[in-house]
Design a protein around this ligand. Structure first.
Ligand SMILES: *Cc1c(COP(=O)(O)O)cnc(C)c1O
Length: 432
C-alpha cells in the first residue's frame, strides 16, 4: 500500500475551512469512496503527490494540459511577461491576439469575448442569444454539462419531455422554468420539441461530442437535424466546446462534424492551465453585447495578460504542429485496441468508447448513446477499479462519467502501463 499520510492530513485541515475540503466537488473523490490525494508538483504526464507517490496522469486538469504539465513555454519569457504586470484593468495586446487566434481557428466565428471560466462562457452566451432573439426559452440535453450557472443546473422533469427541475438546492424552480431538457441523440424528440416550442426558443446548447456523461459521440443525423431546426425557427445554435475545442481538432468538433454553430463556448485548453473561458459567434449576434448593445456582461480579470499569454502559447503550438492531433488520436486508438483485446479475451462487462482522441471506459455493456443509457453503469465497480489503478500509479478521473484526457506528454510506456494495470485490476475484479 502507498502511504497517503500527508494527503490525509491536508484533507483533515481542508475539511475544517473548505466545504468538503475541496474547491470543486469531483476533487473530493467521493464517488470513488476514498479521500483525495493532494498534488505537490507535475511534469509532463506525471503527477507527484505530497507523500512523494507518483502517478501517470489521465485527468490533465480535466483537459487544459493537452501539452502535458509544465510544457516548454513555462520559461524565462513567461517570467518576463509576469514581471511586466499581472493585470491592468485596461486593454492589452494579448487580448487582441487571442481573439484573432480564436476567430481564425473556428468556422463561422467572427467575434469573441474572453471570460474567466467555462461556466461564465455558457452563461453569457445564453444571455446574448436571449438578447439577440428576444426570446426566453432555452434547450439543453440531459447528461450535457455546461458549468454551474442557475439556468443550467437542471434535469428533465417527470413525464415525457421538457420542463426542467433544478438539480441543485438554491436554484429556484422559476429560474429553470424556461430551460427545456431534451434527450441527446434523440432526433424525433427534438423535432417534437421544436414543433411545439420552436418560436419561443432563444437557443439550443449542447456539447457537440458529450464529455460529461462519459464520452458519448453525437449522431450525425442528430446534429444535422439540430442545425436544420435552428435555421427553420430562428434559434441560435450554441456549441459548448469547452472540452472539445482544440482537443478533437484545431477547429474543434465543428470542423469534424461539418456543422457550423451560431455561437461557441471555449474554456479549459485555451487558458493553458489558467482560469479562462470565451464565448463568441456571428458578428450580428455578438453586437448585442455591451458596450455595443443592450446585453450586459463584464469581468475585472477577463482577458488577463498572463492567462492570454499562456493560452496563446498552447494554441500556437497546436496550430504549428497539426501532427499533434494525429498523434493524440493514435494514442487513444492504441488504448482502444488494447482494451478491446483484453475485454474480448475475458468477456469483462465493460465497454471502451472512443471518439477521435477522447476515450472512456464504461462499466456497462450495450448501447451508450444517451444519458439514460450511460447512467446504468456499475459505479461501484468503477470505484473499485479507480482505487486499484491509483495503487498501481495510474490516476484516472475520480468518477465514472468522465473521459480520459490524453496529452502530447503521454508515452507508449504510459499507455502500456494503463493497459497492463487495467488487465490486472479487471481480472482481480471479475475472475475471482
Ligand atoms: C468544464 C466544462 C464547463 C465549465 O467550465 P468551468 O471552467 O469549470 O466553469 C462547461 N462546459 C463543458 C462542456 C465543460 O466540460
Amino acid at each position: 500500500m502507498k502511504n497517503y499520510n500527508r494527503s490525509n492530513q491536508l484533507f483533515e485541515r481542508a475539511q475544517k475551512v473548505i466545504p468538503g475540503g475541496v474547491n470543486s466537488p469531483v476533487r473530493a473523490f467521493r464517488s470513488v469512496g476514498r479521500a483525495p490525494i493532494f498534488i505537490e508538483s507535475a511534469k509532463a504526464a506525471t503527477l507527484t503527490d505530497v507523500d512523494e507517490n507518483t502517478y501517470i496522469d489521465f485527468i490533465g486538469s480535466w483537459g487544459p494540459m493537452i501539452l502535458g504539465h509544465s510544457p516548454s513555454f513555462v520559461d524565462q519569457n513567461l517570467l518576463s511577461v509576469i514581471q511586466k504586470g499581472m493585470s491592468y484593468g485596461v486593454p492589452s495586446p494579448f487580448e487582441v491576439e487571442m481573439a484573432e487566434c480564436l476567430v481564425d481557428a473556428y468556422q463561422g466565428l467572427e467575434m469573441v469575448r474572453m471570460v474567466n471560466s467555462g461556466t461564465e462562457a455558457t452563461m453569457s452566451a445564453i444571455r446574448a442569444a436571449r438578447g439577440y432573439t428576444r426570446r426566453t426559452k432555452i434547450v439543453k440535453f440531459e447528461g450535457c454539462y455546461h458549468g454551474h450557472s442557475d439556468a443550467l443546473l437542471v434535469k428533465s422533469g417527470s413525464g415525457t419531455l421538457t420542463y426542467g427541475v433544478p438539480t441543485s438546492l438554491g436554484v429556484p424552480a422559476d429560474t429553470v422554468k424556461d430551460t427545456l431538457v431534451a434527450v441527446y441523440n434523440d432526433v424525433t424528440g427534438i423535432e417534437q420539441l421544436f414543433k411545439s416550442n420552436g418560436n419561443e426558443i432563444a437557443c439550443v446548447i449542447l456539447e457537440p461530442i458529450a464529455g460529461n456523461m462519459g464520452v458519448v459521440p453525437v449522431k450525425d443525423e442528430f446534429v444535422k437535424t439540430l442545425r436544420k431546426l435552428c435555421d427553420m425557427y430562428g434559434v441560435v445554435l450554441i456549441f459548448d466546446e469547452v472540452i472539445t475545442g482544440f482537443r478533437l481538432a484545431y477547429g474543434g468538433a465543428a470542423s469534424l462534424l461539418n456543422v457550423t454553430p451560431d455561437m461557441v463556448c471555449f474554456g479549459k485548453i485555451i487558458g493553458g492551465g489558467l482560469p479562462v473561458g470565451a464565448y463568441g459567434g456571428k458578428k450580428e449576434i455578438m453586437s448585442v453585447i455591451s458596450p455595443l448593445g443592450g446585453v450586459y456582461q463584464a469581468g475585472t480579470l477577463s482577458g488577463n495578460p498572463i492567462a492570454m499569454y499562456c493560452g496563446l502559447e498552447v494554441l500556437k503550438t497546436l496550430r504549428e504542429n497539426p501532427e499533434i492531433y494525429t498523434s493524440l488520436e493514435e494514442k487513444a486508438a492504441y488504448l482502444e485496441s488494447g482494451m478491446n483485446r483484453i475485454i474480448e479475451e475475458y468477456q469483462f462487462p465493460v465497454t471502451f468508447v472512443r471518439y477521435k482522441s477522447m476515450p472512456c471506459l464504461f462499466f456497462k455493456t450495450g448501447s451508450l448513446s444517451s444519458y439514460d443509457e450511460v447512467k446504468g453503469c456499475d459505479t461501484d465497480a468503477y470505484a473499485t477499479y479507480f482505487k486499484a489503478m491509483l495503487e498501481r500509479g495510474i490516476l484516472l478521473p475520480p468518477a465514472q462519467f468522465e473521459g480520459l484526457f490524453l496529452s502530447t506528454a503521454h508515452t507508449t510506456e504510459d499507455l502500456e502501463a494503463y493497459l497492463t494495470a487495467s488487465e490486472a485490476v479487471l481480472k482481480e475484479m471479475y475472475l475471482k
